[in-house]
Write a protein that binds this ligand. Sequence first.
Ligand code: KG4
Ligand code: ZN
Length: 374
Amino acid sequence: MPHRYEPHGPLAATDDETERLHNTSRDMIPDSACILGIETSCDDTSAAVLEGGSQIRSNIVSSQISVHRPYGGVVPELASRHHLLSIGPVVEEALAKASVTWCDIAAVSVTQGPGLVGSLLVGVSVAKAIAYARRLPLVGVNHLEGHIRSNFLVEPAIRLPAVSLVVSGGHTSLYELAREGVYRRLARTRDDAAGEAFDKVAKLLGLGYPGGPVVDRLAAEGDPGAVPFPTVKMSDGSLDFSFSGLKSSAARFIQKEKLEAETPTTGPEEPPQVVRDLCASFQHAVVAALIERTLRAADEVGALAICVSGGVACNRKLRQRFAEEASTRGLLAHFPPPSLSTDNAAMIAAAGWLHLKRGETADLDLTADPDLEL
Ligand code: KG4
Ligand code: ZN
């Protein structure tokens, strides 16, 4: 049965509130105000309330993993349909968990892109409707800026300049953060994202979706030197990433060893040692490529800190290796906890707050942009 959306308190602003809100200029938004964040760029429906730009009052994430698992990946039509069903209750829960009503919300911030267009449209439409009904400032946020801000939610005083690696199912990019809120892209993937490569290898092995967490788990019991993977280097010396070669090497090994699964989710319940060894070796190669580029970028820009964010930042080997490598170079490595590494609306609210404070708000003609660049 579809969920029914019953807003927490009246959604439409009363005449008194409208009068007050019209008289409130953007720079009069108090430093302790609450901002509502909405994130629907892929397969997580999320809403969060952030107080004063940094205190997470609530961060609700409704995952669609069980919807997409039978297909071994995200099915865009199913994703947007489930966002539509979940977004009302998720926003409602975010307000209730934060113990606030609509009267306490001073602005609404939403992921504008990049992402799946049908999924983005659900969040953008809901955010615009709320902004209109409540006469609130609206902020459109780049999803990648959201991931970058997740590090600052945990540690607001990260030393700059820093390099920021955003590594997820949809993105693998490196940015220089020279000053607060200023991003310069140093590298991106030329083909697959790192998380996508984890997911595709897991799918071939029938290990289920998403593949990253299960590869991470199996790799812990495998030998990272068992299966040789090529070292990925760009012939032009660029910092860009490429993971399709590693994915093809894994696919050839899987074929040679007859490890292919018949369907995306029916791999062996207790995978044999050869699968654990493959997971460990593949993970080792991906982590090595991520670390080599990030450290080289850190050298090039004279970074004082390294920030890692996005779903793949949950990977335990990646965290361990980054912490080791950073400390031998006297750099600080920052990781959000897993709940802020994968897609969530708290990071979108945090990025939205920065723009709000700079007076960078959107009009009600804001549209979803699946290819938005940062
Ligand atoms: O940031 P995210 O939730 O969504 C995107 O913006 O893409 O990232 C999801 C990705 C998936 O590809 C998933 O397999 C990967 O993050 N992931 C991991 C781990 N946990 C999640 N990859 C490797 N190791 C993990 N522990
Ligand atoms: Zn993401």
